[in-house]
Design a protein. Structure first.
Length: 94
């Protein structure tokens, strides 16, 4: 999925219709990849991975107003993907 497609999906998710916040949203989209990689999640082309990227970016955008912590559902999804990837790596090694 291209960065332009991710930006379009993020704007739809956040219900943003203008281009006024595009540079800020693009920054969030690039930062979230590093944040997720730091947690050990490998980039792949699955829809689950892209959904997590969008959820993380939306959380980062909304957090600036509310200051709330990471949603539990997002943490669960990231953990599930991480565990799935680790199990896949282990099974590929055997």
């Amino acid at each position: 999925m291209t960065d332009a497609q991710l930006l379009r999906l993020l704007k739809l998710h956040l219900q943003i219709l203008t281009d006024a916040f595009d540079s800020y949203l693009e920054h969030i989209l690039s930062a979230r990849e590093d944040m997720i990689a730091r947690e050990g999640i490998l980039a792949d082309s699955s829809s689950e991975y892209y959904q997590i990227l969008l959820m993380q970016a939306a959380y980062l955008y909304n957090k600036r107003e509310t200051g709330e912590g990471e949603p539990r559902s997002l943490r669960y999804r990231k953990n599930n993907l991480l565990f799935s990837q680790k199990i896949q790596e282990a099974s590929d090694e055997t």
